[in-house]
Design a protein around this ligand. Sequence first.
Ligand SMILES: CC(C)(COP(=O)(O)OP(=O)(O)OC[C@H]1O[C@@H](n2cnc3c(N)ncnc32)[C@H](O)[C@@H]1OP(=O)(O)O)[C@@H](O)C(=O)NCCC(=O)NCCS
Length: 401
Amino acid sequence: MSSGNSISVRAAGASDQDGIAELLATAFGRRQTSEELGHRRALFPVERALVAVDAGQVVGHTVDITMTVTVPGDRTVRACGVSAVAVAPTHRRRGLLRALYTAQHARTEADGLPLTIFTASEGTIYGRFGYDPAITDTTVAIDRHRAEFRSTTPDPGGVLMSTLADAAPQIRAVYERWQRRTAGAQQRPEAKWALMFADLEGHRSGASSVFVLTHPDGYALYRRRHEGRESVVTVSELRAVTPHAHAALWRVLLGLDLVDRVEATLAENDPLPYLFADPRTVRVTDRSDALWARVMDVPAALTARRYSGDLDTVVEVHDPFRTAGGRFALRVRDGVAECAPTTRPADLGLDINVLGALYFGAHRAGRLAAAHRVRVENPAALTAFDAAFAAERAPELGWFF
Ligand SMILES: CC(C)(COP(=O)(O)OP(=O)(O)OC[C@H]1O[C@@H](n2cnc3c(N)ncnc32)[C@H](O)[C@@H]1OP(=O)(O)O)[C@@H](O)C(=O)NCCC(=O)NCCS
């Protein structure tokens, strides 16, 4: 593979590791300790990386691993999870990302993976490659002194303090229960668990080491820091598989003495705001894309998830980057889809990005059509398509990568 002049794009090997580390440090502005690098390499092995090399120097990098992700209907799909995309500041805007992505997506296609996913540094880069935001996160802040639970909010108890080491089996068991029923959530490979339980200083953003609360059906991980005179708790992960575990954990978090503010990142449909007497208690401070997705194989991806309504429609899919587009007949009965190429006229037309946006159920087809991102030849087909792709629960990212 060549990207013009003296630059070559190729599979990486062990001898590229130092060059990759220096490139990523330059691109993202932080040098990782050898312990961090060790964890990172265990999670994203160098054999899965592609590099662009100029005169022996690594000037571009991307890496991926196969992830198992839950999709609507409590099914799973195998997806290519891309990480650590970087091009050297000395070589930017010469087509190196495009060259790396072309090679990487060809490999993903050859591997037969129906979906590619990642978390993005900027919103303007990846649309051209057929991606769209597929999961949204809401960041909230709660003034602990003003947080008053409704009289109807239970106080079930059952929460214990723990340490990461002691709670590890419980955390893993709850996460797996939660992940199996949460669209968008990935299984955690052993290397990711090891990284999480290591609680590395470089991952704390200047806050304390992690504090752990457990419940038979949930857990919360949080850190503490000071911001001026304010004492702040940041919840880094809270998983609850029952409403009682959810209420019990939040009761303890908002009962932490000597704390002024509690911050957390929530799924779109988290019931937290409804637990309080004052509907303004949970203040939204940010809302952002948590995961981007691209459908690599339309029939394979669309038949992997389940649907909320019957459907019999023809969709014209345009792929600006690869050749996954075409015209597809999509038929759903009792939640189960059949999808195959067809020559019948299309009811709806869309860029493949839109399928990424709809895939986990975070976005609605009707709203995207109102934004001129779905071409509607048959309005009744849009109504059925919108209802079929809707998911009962909002999707959520399992872990950042
Ligand atoms: C983002 C980054 C990887 C782009 O690499 P690059 O080699 O300069 O990108 P390319 O030259 O291949 O550009 C490919 C296309 O993306 C566009 N593009 C690249 N970076 C962009 C950006 N930051 N914003 C908007 N468009 C961008 C280019 O204009 C080009 O468009 P076109 O092919 O449609 O004309 C590189 O600037 C970088 O490493 N940045 C810092 C780290 C980072 O943000 N990594 C991404 C992590 S998700």
